[in-house]
Design a binder for this molecule. Structure first.
Ligand SMILES: *[C@@H]1O[C@H](CO)[C@@H](O)[C@H](O)[C@H]1NC(C)=O
Ligand SMILES: *[C@@H]1O[C@H](CO)[C@@H](O)[C@H](O)[C@H]1NC(C)=O
Ligand SMILES: *[C@@H]1O[C@H](CO)[C@@H](O)[C@H](O)[C@H]1NC(C)=O
Ligand SMILES: *[C@@H]1O[C@H](CO)[C@@H](O)[C@H](O)[C@H]1NC(C)=O
Length: 405
């Protein structure tokens, strides 16, 4: 009940604040410019005003920052990549007053956290870039050419101090690190922070599901198959365990994959993660084939439990090689995903840790398996003549071990 009241009061406040934007009361722009939309940015005394024509992608803006001094720099940027890395990749418009009293306004593409905002070309063309300082307010004016049909952009804004006509690093206070959000240029709606945007949330869900499904459960399923089947008593339990594990991995991974596909269709025009996407689609195809193979195999076992040797031999080679390829591609793609999503470093480390543990386990089990197999072979050779051994298995690289599938 209390929660409900809280939610309603939050919604009410949101409605109130969006209908009573302070920005709309300000109209004293230079050259009598007028803007059809504006937004009170939630941090750093900032306001954004704009006119936008989505069929041409032309975005005319005024970014107004109040409460500054003549030794402040201010910046407003669009980050075409994402909001988690708000600063890296930001296409920034920067302005401050030079010591001789004139205003400097320029563009700066940001590629490092320790930048002092050097001038450079943006990935959008920018025209009419000017800035004014008056009464403790800096206003930056510019017209940007965005990709046609852009509706939502990631915006980032910032301030800091200037020394010797050069911008210094900004503070890392909360208001400086939270000054980012999405902005719908058509509706004027804005959302702050990365948690506030459903795209950012879906990216995290996509990352977690894919890492668990493709990147953790699938390798575990392989380990189960490879190292459990050496124990005769575990046959055919290991197979059903393997199929169950890979099927759950597939379902979880597929859910993550579908979210990823949706994210791909929502990404900013002009920004495509082609490599990640291609590997993702390849993984879907190979993973689906493997899953079908499992089902076909279970079905074949049910109707004809006798093991047809030749069929099993080729089946095994195919299934193993595609399986290892899937694991390899999945791990590569998860690391590509980490680079795109750029979550806190600890998550990447957690994943590296899990993979390392699985790899160490696999190495130990591999050694143990060889030990068991060689020992068994020795005792079998002692009892039986050597032609009792399974000669066909040498070709698939696991020659020393009896193959049950
Ligand atoms: C909007 O105006 C009100 C009253 O003048 C003020 O209290 C509030 O801080 C302003 N909000 C912003 C974002 O400047
Ligand atoms: C928007 O841009 C298109 C294409 O350049 C142009 O034809 C149209 O007149 C523009 N609309 C406005 C309101 O300026
Ligand atoms: C101030 O210095 C900049 C470059 O350092 C120069 O372009 C500008 O014309 C100067 N302004 C005045 C008023 O001297
Ligand atoms: C922009 O959107 C319009 C209307 O939805 C569509 O007809 C047009 O093809 C789109 N243009 C581009 C370059 O995507």
């Amino acid at each position: 009940m209390l929660r409900l009241v809280l939610v309603f009061s939050l919604l009410f406040t949101l409605c109130l604040s969006s209908s009573a934007q302070n920005c709309s009361t300000y109209t004293s722009f230079s050259n009598n410019l007028a803007f059809s939309s504006c937004n009170d940015l939630p941090f750093l005394n900032s306001f954004l005003y704009w006119n936008y024509n989505s069929s041409s992608g032309s975005l005319q803006i005024a970014y107004r920052h109040t409460g500054v001094t003549t030794s402040s720099w201010v910046a407003w940027a669009i980050n075409p990549n994402d909001l988690q890395t708000a600063m890296i990749g930001a296409q920034a418009l920067v302005a401050f007053q030079l010591s001789n009293g004139s205003m400097r306004a320029y563009t700066s593409p940001i590629s490092s956290y320790t930048t002092n905002l050097p001038e450079g070309n943006l990935q959008y063309s920018v025209s009419d870039l000017t800035a004014t300082y008056a009464n403790g307010e800096i206003v930056i004016y510019a017209t940007l050419s965005l990709p046609i049909n852009t509706t939502t952009v990631n915006q980032v804004w910032q301030d800091g101090l200037v020394s010797n006509d050069s911008p210094g690093q900004h503070s890392t206070a909360n208001s400086n690190t939270n000054s980012k959000g999405t902005l719908n240029l058509l509706s004027g709606q804005s959302a702050t922070g990365s948690g506030g945007s459903s795209i950012a949330r879906n990216r995290n869900i996509h990352g977690v599901l894919c890492a668990i499904g493709w990147g953790i459960l699938m390798p575990i399923g392989v380990i189960i198959a490879r190292y459990m089947k050496v124990f005769k008593s575990a046959d055919p339990a290991w197979f059903y365990l393997h199929v169950t594990c890979q099927t759950s991995a597939y379902i979880i991974g597929l859910t993550g994959w579908a979210i990823g596909l949706k994210l791909g269709s929502q990404s900013t025009p002009g920004v495509q993660y082609t490599g990640h996407r291609t590997i993702g689609i390849l993984l879907f195809i190979l993973g689906t084939l493997q899953k079908d193979l499992h089902f076909a195999y279970v079905f074949a076992l049910l109707i004809r439990p006798k093991k047809d040797h030749k069929f099993r031999f080729y089946w095994t080679i195919y299934h193993h090689s595609v399986g290892y390829l899937v694991i390899l591609l999945a791990i590569i793609n998860i690391f590509k995903g980490f680079d795109i999503l750029n979550p806190e470093k600890k998550w990447k480390n957690v994943y590296i840790g899990v993979i390392a543990i699985l790899a160490i386990k696999a190495v130990c089990l591999e050694a143990f398996t060889w030990y068991v197999v060689l020992k068994r072979r020795k005792s079998e050779t002692a009892e039986k003549p050597p032609q009792g051994m399974n000669g066909a298995n040498g070709a698939n690289g696991h020659g020393a071990r009896p193959t049950y599938v």
